[in-house]
Design a protein around this ligand. Structure first.
Ligand code: ADP
Ligand code: MG
Length: 478
């Protein structure tokens, strides 16, 4: 049976302002509980919220970057609900008139295609506090440091058709908000939190199925797992003659499954109404122009430039452009090494990416600076060492702070053998030592060619230039 998943995401992006969205309290991560909550955050009687203009600028910056409409007039509403970490009894959030509507993000997929994702809206709101269950046995504590932290909630249309599309989109979004310097986009620290809406329908059907919403999934991998689990679960229920309940679910990372939390609330449950304590926010054309001037070259603009200038494919270009640091590293290495961009891109995508991944480091924390890496790439490009030997040199550079490729090549005697006479002599030896294989090769067993290459490389400790070895072998074996 052929089913099509339909997925929409709601992402809470914590904005990197110094102070909270409606108070002057600080927003630093990791402070002692309740040391960053002032009278406004505690909802003491008589206090009034004051809107943080920087939060508005950040939202506008995001809106402009995704080609969205910026509202001339946006309005904060009260979303009423009861929870211990919400002392006011309501959350202030833009509801009917959000600051950003109707944007678009084009996502570069690994298979080379581009997937356009429509952004329904992005609205400003305040975060709630946190209930702490693991500090006082038998009791729950409330930490209000996070109460009032500015959030930009980004809502997508249900445009995703696979778990992979959703997770690649999230990485693209994280790249964007980091470029714009409006959030650090750190999912582990909760500065980017994702709700996943999933439904399934029969392929070809027009109407969407009933969706389940999985709350607060906090890593790219969990987003994929939660979606995959939901798709399976829903298909099984429908094929069994059942119906999907519209509900809110939780993802359990230890079991890779989702569990029902509550039936889905409706907007009317929240009794939204415009917050009488805050004036509507007027955003002028001048302000928009001012913010526009602060937007840097965006990831997809860099990506397009990398494709055009360096002949990279879309996905590789998008990976390199995904963070400012990796784009800078890439361009610095090209500039210093004068090597072909594709060689640099391949080495960054393979060897360097694998080493960084293994130690869970970002390119900004890379133990090999762009200068040192360029030194290695330059020696591959000018044929001093082969690609294979370069891997040995790379490993030594990784483990030895400040070592240069030239030092290591010199010290370990790894210089490639390119002297034709020397290579010919080795190949001749190999041929004399292996008369049986020569006979078989000449008799038509062409696969033995690899054997001769291997023997030659072994005899030279991998240092013979592979192209030259091939050529000489072809010549001598006839
Ligand atoms: P709410 O705010 O109550 O969760 P919305 O209607 O604003 O509801 O939708 C929120 C998210 O759910 C959006 O990202 C939207 O794309 C997604 N969504 C809506 N309908 C479906 C559906 N049938 N299947 C999957 N996702 C959906
Ligand atoms: Mg929702």
């Amino acid at each position: 049976m052929s089913w099509e998943p339909v997925i929409g995401l709601e992402i809470h992006v914590q904005l990197k302002t110094e102070s909270k969205i409606f108070s002057g309290a600080a927003t630093k991560f990791g402070a002692e509980p309740n040391t960053q909550a002032c009278a406004v955050d505690l909802a003491l009687p008589g206090v009034l919220p004051v809107f943080n203009e920087t939060a508005n600028r950040m939202a506008i910056k995001f809106g402009l970057a995704i080609g969205a409409e910026i509202a001339e007039r946006s309005v904060f509403a009260r979303k009423n609900y009861f929870y211990p970490d919400l002392p006011k009894g309501y959350q202030i959030s833009q509801y009917e008139l959000p600051i950003v509507e109707k944007g678009l993000i084009n996502v570069a997929m690994p298979d080379g295609t581009t997937k356009p994702i429509r952004i329904t809206r992005a609205h400003l709101e305040e975060d709630a506090g946190k209930s702490v269950h693991d500090v006082f046995p038998g009791q729950t504590g409330v930490d209000l440091n996070r109460a009032g932290t500015p959030l930009l909630e980004v809502v997508t249309e249900p445009d995703f058709r696979s778990a992979e599309e959703a997770s690649v989109f999230l990485k693209t979004l994280r790249g964007l908000i980091r470029y714009l310097e409006i959030s650090d986009g750190n999912m582990q620290e909760g500065s980017m939190r994702c709700d996943v809406n999933v439904s399934v329908r029969r392929r070809g059907a027009e109407k969407y199925g009933t969706r389940a919403e999985v709350k607060n999934v906090n890593s790219f991998r969990f987003v994929e797992k939660a979606i995959e689990y939901e798709i399976e679960r829903q298909i099984l229920i429908i094929e069994d003659g059942g119906e999907i309940a519209q509900e809110t679910r939780l993802f359990d990372p230890s079991r890779n499954e989702t569990r029902s939390m509550r039936s889905k609330e409706e907007a009317t449950d929240y009794r939204y109404f415009p917050c009488p304590d805050l004036l509507p926010v007027e955003t002028t054309k001048e302000l928009i122009e001012e913010v526009k001037a602060t937007i840097p070259e965006l990831p997809w603009e860099k990506q397009a430039r990398f494709e055009a200038d360096y002949g990279l494919n879309t996905y590789n270009a998008s990976l390199l452009a995904q963070s400012k640091s990796s784009a800078k590293y890439f361009e610095d290495v090209i500039e210093i090494s004068k090597a072909p961009a594709k060689l640099v891109a391949n080495w960054m995508g393979d060897e360097l990416a694998a080493a960084l991944n293994k130690e869970n480091l970002s390119i900004a924390e890379c133990p090999i600076s762009a200068e040192r890496f360029a030194g290695l790439i330059a020696r591959i490009a000018d044929n001093t060492i082969s690609g294979k030997i370069a891997k040995t040199v790379f490993e030594a550079m990784w483990n030895e702070a400040n070592s240069t490729a030239d030092d290591i090549i010199e010290k370990q005697g790894l210089k490639q053998i390119t002297d034709p006479a020397q290579i010919k002599a080795v190949v001749e030896d190999i041929i004399t030592q292996n008369p049986k294989q020569v006979q078989q090769y000449k008799g038509g067993n062409e696969r033995l060619f690899g054997f001769f290459v291997g023997q030659t490389m072994k005899a030279t400790q991998g240092k013979a230039n592979p192209q030259q070895v091939n050529a000489v072998l072809k010549e001598l074996l006839g």
